[in-house]
Structure formats: C-alpha cells, structure tokens
Design a protein around this ligand. Structure first.
Ligand code: SAH
Length: 247
C-alpha cells in the first residue's frame, strides 16, 4: 500500500475537484501518496450533443445513463490503471465500512464510477467489479459516495495522516471494534465544563484506562449492536463500571 491511485468517472467533474484539493487529501496528492484523476464521462458520449442519458425502456419517470459512454470511460481508465478495481456507486451496493475502506486502500488502484439520474443501464455491470453504497438513502448522484471512498481509503495509506497511530486508534478501525473515546483540548474549563481530571494527571496508565473505559461505554450506549458483537475480556467488563478512583 505505498500509494493510492484513483480515477473518478463523473458527468460533473467540478463537483468533485475542490474537495480533493484542500487539507490532508490535498497534501497527500502533493506528496504523491494519493493520485486522483477526474474524468468526464461525457467525453465518451457520441454525437455533436454528447448525450449520456436516455429514457428508460418500459417507461416511467427519469432518465437512465446510457451504457456506452460509461463502459468506454471505464475501459479508458483501466488502460491508465491496469489491475484497478472498478467500483460503481449505487444504493444497492455493499455498505461502505472501515474494513471495506481498508480493502480499497490495500488494493491500491480504484476506478470509481458515479451514477446520476435514475441510475445506469444494467449492461454497464459487465465492466464493474463491485458496487458500493453509503447507506440506505438515495442521493442525486454518486459523487459524494466516490469522495467518501477516496477520503476513507486515502487516510489509511501510511504517511497520509501525520501520525500513523491516529488512524489505528479510531472508531471501528481498531481490532477491538469499539467507538472512540471523547477528546478534549484547551482551555481546561469552558463555560463551567471541566476537562476530566485523569487527562491532566500525566499518569499514562490511568489515561489509557480512562480512554478504554469511555470507549467501552460509548459503544455500549450508542451502538448496542456493535457492543453485542464484542467478546470482551474480564478486565474490560470490570473496567466499564469502574469509577475514576479505580482507574
Ligand atoms: N433509481 C435508483 C437511485 C438512483 S440515484 C434507486 O432507486 O435505487 C442516482 C445515482 O446516485 C446512483 O446511480 C448512484 O450512483 C448514486 N447514489 C444514490 N444513492 C446512493 C447511495 N446510497 N450510495 C451510493 N451511491 C448512491
């Protein structure tokens, strides 16, 4: 996983460009850890008017993306990125999760196809390896989903985050599958709310136990589904109910 190479295929390239130019992802591109090319599907549409969509067979509302422009855009991208995984954004796809982002980052080469309108002609699937969804809701297009895939995958490439440890301690990422503990920064008191005393104690053993306890509690209270799937140790089960003086 030395770097991540991505090509995004969209009918609306300008929607995507800005997000990938700023902050951590912008820096990752400058340093060569992330390479992103944004290609306009319309460049592969035929005729003077470059039409990329048409009415659905069988009738009904909306338009469907024609099979030829997107299929040919995928093929052109594959020529540039041999071995790339071709991912179509789609509400019927596999849900994007931290483990899936890790698989994408490890694969190293992705072609992300963004649907629009009512979706894409089913025959495009012959050129697609897998479909990915952000969740059980319907967007107007796949651009946000493609950006989520790039963002979540790129930050797992070693060196993209300044501190590699920070990617590992995060929600869902750890082997333990816990949500993350809360964070505090200065000032020590804000509107009467104080930073927990343990965090300013300088005692790293206690700090680690406080963080672990808070991660356990957050997962239990906010994501009982995740919590139920954990095989917790005896010491975690004791820690979750421990008071600050027992840390
Ligand atoms: N008619 C389709 C929705 C099409 S939305 C249906 O009812 O399932 C248009 C495009 O937006 C899709 O082709 C897909 O690329 C993208 N999209 C919409 N919702 C999405 C989601 N939850 N996750 C990922 N992509 C999505």
């Amino acid at each position: 996983m030395a770097k991540l190479e991505v090509e995004i295929l969209t009918l609306f390239p300008r929607m995507i460009a800005g997000y990938l130019e700023e902050s951590i992802l912008g820096k990752a591109r400058e340093s060569g850890l992330l390479e992103v090319r944004i290609s306009d599907i319309r460049d592969h549409a035929a005729g003077k008017h470059k039409v990329a969509d048409d009415a659905p067979y069988g009738g009904g509302a909306g338009m469907v993306m024609k099979p030829e422009p997107l299929t040919e855009a995928i093929e052109a991208a594959k020529a540039r990125l041999p071995g790339a995984l071709v991912v179509l954004t789609s509400p019927r796809g596999e849900r994007l999760t931290q483990p899936l982002a890790r698989r994408f980052a490890e694969h190293g080469r992705l072609i992300l196809a963004c649907g629009r309108y009512e979706g894409v002609d089913e025959r495009v699937m012959a050129a697609v390896d897998t479909e990915v969804s952000l969740g059980d809701f319907v967007l107007t297009g796949g651009e946000l989903a493609a950006l989520c895939v790039v963002d979540a995958s790129a930050r797992l490439v070693p060196g993209v985050l300044g501190n590699t440890a920070s990617a590992e301690a995060e929600s869902f990422a750890g082997e333990d599958g816990l949500l993350e503990h809360p964070h505090y920064t200065r000032p020590p008191e804000y509107r009467g709310m104080k930073v927990p005393e343990v965090l300013t104690s300088g005692d790293h053993r206690r700090i680690n136990r406080w963080r672990r306890r808070e991660a356990l509690r957050a997962t239990r209270d906010r994501r009982p589904d995740l919590f139920a799937s954990l095989a917790l140790s005896e010491s975690d089960l004791r820690l979750i109910d421990a008071g600050d003086d027992e840390l």
